[in-house]
Design a protein around this ligand. Structure first.
Ligand code: SIN
Ligand code: CO
Length: 378
């Protein structure tokens, strides 16, 4: 796993993590030689017309920026000019198995940190303006050319009243033109602006997620609410007479403070919370249930076919606990290794599961199959 990778300019993943990840940009010429992309501009436009696909069209006329949100139709595309606009589609990996294969090349970063693959198309002059992102990104060039300018500037003031976050004073420090297969890694907070230099410019953004501290705290407190239980009632046998009956006394405050100080948790709670929270599908994800088959038929197919995670599924584990799409998955101890393989590589040849374990495992896998979280293929 830790061998030098062309994808990382010949660096080993450990070297990349130590020197660059979350620290400094890295330009990689021919990260993926012969990469021309996974889909055509037309395919991308087709995706942008579908319900439940997050898509935006950003256009610029002089200093005026416009953002439109999908789903789009043919008329939306017909209205666009020849230059200076871009179409961006999020989570393409949930719709295209080739995109999931591309993401697998970034397996040196934990799945829990991966957000999605966003694909953009732009004719000459198209781009989203100078901005900073709060997450790491690998910008992989598909077809066409894009000029990238970047800066480590600290002035992050934004253009007022613009419909998207555009830096007011962008001062580029480095500049490159990326062609098919070239890739630029940017850590968070590096200002960047990519402008298309051809009419077939497609950029693949492998984006990572970094939950806000506030969001993690909020979500964990929510989790705790369902997982802590204390018996008893507030009591005050030593109540003394108050001058102001409306006053919440210091005595009462101290008692409740003492009660609250008793709330405790351990790393098992944190791991369980993270498993559920991080594997939770995004709000707009809709799973397509598989055709209903009997459990006997499912077991028969499980024995002969390959089990795949659905493109929209997220399977994570912490120690020997497994979490599939926000729920704990029951896995018998004798197949932990196999289900960890399924989580790491999205598929599992089921002959790896011995026949006698099928029954123990199949209840939860059968439910996951019916829900469309996993599928069976030859
Ligand atoms: C793009 O693909 O045009 C934008 C990617 C980015 O700047 O994050
Ligand atoms: Co960006």
């Amino acid at each position: 796993m830790n061998i030098p990778l062309q994808l990382l300019n010949g660096l080993t993943p450990s070297h990349f993590l130590a020197e660059y990840w979350q620290k400094k940009p890295l330009l990689i010429r021919q990260a993926i030689p012969n990469f021309i992309g996974l889909l055509s501009p037309n395919d991308l436009a087709g995706l942008a017309c579908e319900e439940n696909v997050q898509a935006r069209i950003i256009s610029q006329k002089k200093d005026i920026w416009q953002v439109k949100h999908g789903p789009f139709d043919d008329a939306d595309f017909a209205k666009l000019g020849k230059k200076n606009w871009t179409l961006l589609v999020q989570s393409v990996n949930q719709h295209l198995s080739e995109a999931a294969d591309l993401l697998a090349q970034f397996n040196f970063i934990p799945h829990a940190r991966l957000d999605d693959l966003m694909v953009s198309y732009a004719p000459t002059g198209g781009g989203v303006g100078a901005h900073v992102d709060s997450y790491d990104v690998f910008l992989l060039q598909g077809s066409g050319k894009r000029n990238w300018k970047i800066s480590a500037q600290t002035d992050l003031s934004l253009v007022e009243n613009a419909p998207l976050r555009i830096l007011k004073h962008f001062k580029p420090e480095q500049e490159w033109v990326l062609e098919a297969g070239d890739m630029l890694y940017l850590p968070p907070q590096i200002a960047h602006w990519g402008v298309s230099e051809s009419d077939d410019c497609m950029t693949y953004s492998i984006g990572f997620r970094a939950p806000k501290t506030q969001e993690l705290l909020h979500e964990f407190l929510n989790y705790l609410q369902d997982h802590i239980q204390e018996k008893g009632f507030y009591s005050d046998p030593n109540l003394s007479l108050q001058i102001h009956p409306a006053e919440i006394s210091d005595d009462m405050i101290s008692k409740v403070d003492e009660m609250l100080q008793k709330i405790t948790w351990d790393k098992k709670h944190v791991a369980d919370f993270l498993g559920k929270y991080l594997s939770e599908p995004k709000v707009d994800v809709v799973f397509a249930p598989n055709k209903k088959i009997s459990k006997v038929e499912f077991n028969k197919q499980l024995a002969t076919k390959t089990l795949w995670l659905s493109l929209k599924s997220q399977l994570l584990f912490a120690n020997d606990n497994f979490y599939l799409n926000g729920e704990k998955l029951t896995v018998p101890g004798d197949i932990y290794k196999e289900i960890k393989y399924l989580a790491d590589y999205n598929h599992l040849k089921t002959d790896a599961l011995e026949a006698n374990i099928h029954d123990a495992c199949s209840d939860s896998l059968y439910d996951a199959y019916l829900a469309g979280y996993v599928c069976l293929k030859r």
